[in-house]
Design a protein around this ligand. Structure first.
Ligand code: SF4
Length: 368
């Protein structure tokens, strides 16, 4: 392992990773970030357009990683045949592993790597990310920029003494409050999450500085760095901020996020796609399949061909795409969607779009 730390950022084609690239370039230009994207061969054309625009904004190349790049087939089809024509599903997600994670791990090799991940401050997920020990994930949009494993190691009761020693070098009321919190052991009545929240709420920057110093004694990639500008970051970015960054930079929001009006039995609704990734991704909602059928009929037909290639295999668990595309079924999906959205808006239980919520389902490697 060399000691030179590489800083990398994966561009999925989604809005969050694109906004993160812009945000870090503008706010922390001193970070020498390598950008990459994992191309499955099955992305929407809007994704490729976004990557091109982003490349010119960043003024840097975005390395295209393709699994099985010696194959005569595109990455997805290559592995689809190796897996005997079994379509991937949420229970058998060979696609993310083979088409995203493995090419990324080959790209970074054994170098110490800090990988920036665009999970937002309004999301509750860690995502499907590499667990290799030479890769450390950082989440700049969240209040807690550190990964779960770093926090669970750092805040272990046996580290109370060493963290207190680090905090002792800080001054002021906040420092003495931080010491009180640090000295309270984790127990069934005081969870690690509560302790973390109290420390972050007390003084985020001080907490980050303490964790960075703690990491010096670890084998994490950041132990090789003398300084790390992100410890000064206490901003929390949510969905609206992401759209603002994309629009203000001129890069723009990927076309498929833009809502399109439809009419069903005299009612008006709106649909869009909520995620990047393969056009046939099994994580998409029924209304997104309808969007694909109406906005990209050629791709919808290609998705059907995969279902027809092997008996009993469908992208959705309970219906085939042939069934889904029937006019009655499409009208039902649209009606249900409009009604659910109406109820959600009325009760205020959900945010302004059901698609916003559906977005949470999926994986960090594909959709952020
Ligand atoms: S976008 Fe969906 S189908 Fe494509 S690799 Fe990711 S999880 Fe698999």
């Amino acid at each position: 392992m060399t000691n030179k730390v590489r800083h990398v950022l994966g561009i999925s084609g989604g809005k969050d990773s694109a906004a993160l690239a812009i945000y870090l370039r503008d706010k922390y230009p001193e970070l020498d970030i390598e950008y990459y994207t994992c191309d499955t061969g099955k992305e929407l054309s809007e994704t490729y357009e976004l990557i091109d625009k982003l490349e010119s904004y960043l003024g840097k190349k975005i390395t295209r990683l393709m699994a099985a790049d010696q194959s005569s087939q595109d990455p997805f089809d290559h592995f689809y045949h190796i897996y005997g024509g079994y379509l991937p599903s949420s229970n058998a997600r060979w696609c993310t592993k083979k088409l995203k994670l493995e090419p990324f791990e080959t790209f970074v090799g054994n170098d110490p790597v800090v990988s920036y991940v665009g999970i937002r401050g309004d999301e509750e997920r860690e995502g499907y990310i590499s667990k290799k020990s030479n890769i450390q994930s950082i989440f700049p949009f969240r209040k807690n920029i550190w990964s779960e494993d770093v926090i669970s190691k750092a805040l272990k009761n046996e580290n109370i003494k060493s963290l207190s020693e680090i905090y002792k070098f800080q001054e002021g009321d906040k420092a003495s409050r931080a010491l009180e919190i640090i000295e309270q052991p984790i127990s069934s009545k005081f969870t690690i999450q509560q302790k973390l929240n109290l420390l972050l709420d007390n003084d985020t920057k001080a907490f980050n500085a303490v964790i960075f110093e703690y990491l010096n004694t670890s084998s994490y990639p950041l132990a090789n760095e003398q300084s790390f500008p992100l410890i000064e970051n206490d901003e929390i970015l949510v969905r609206e901020d992401i759209f603002k960054i994309l629009r203000e930079s001129g890069v723009g929001v990927p076309e498929y996020y833009e809502k399109i009006e439809f009419e069903v039995e005299g009612k008006i609704g709106e649909y869009a796609r909520s995620r990047s990734g393969c056009y046939f991704c099994f994580f998409q909602q029924k209304i997104e399949w309808v969007w694909l059928y109406e906005q990209h009929p050629d791709l919808f037909e290609k998705a059907i061909q995969y279902e027809n290639a092997k008996d009993g295999f469908t992208w959705n668990q309970n219906e085939s795409l042939e069934e889904l595309k029937q006019p009655d079924r499409i009208a039902t999906i649209k009606k249900e969607y409009v009604n659910r959205k109406k109820i959600a808006t009325k009760t205020g239980l959900l945010s302004d779009s059901l698609l916003d919520d559906a977005e949470e389902e999926g994986c960090a490697a594909c959709f952020i």
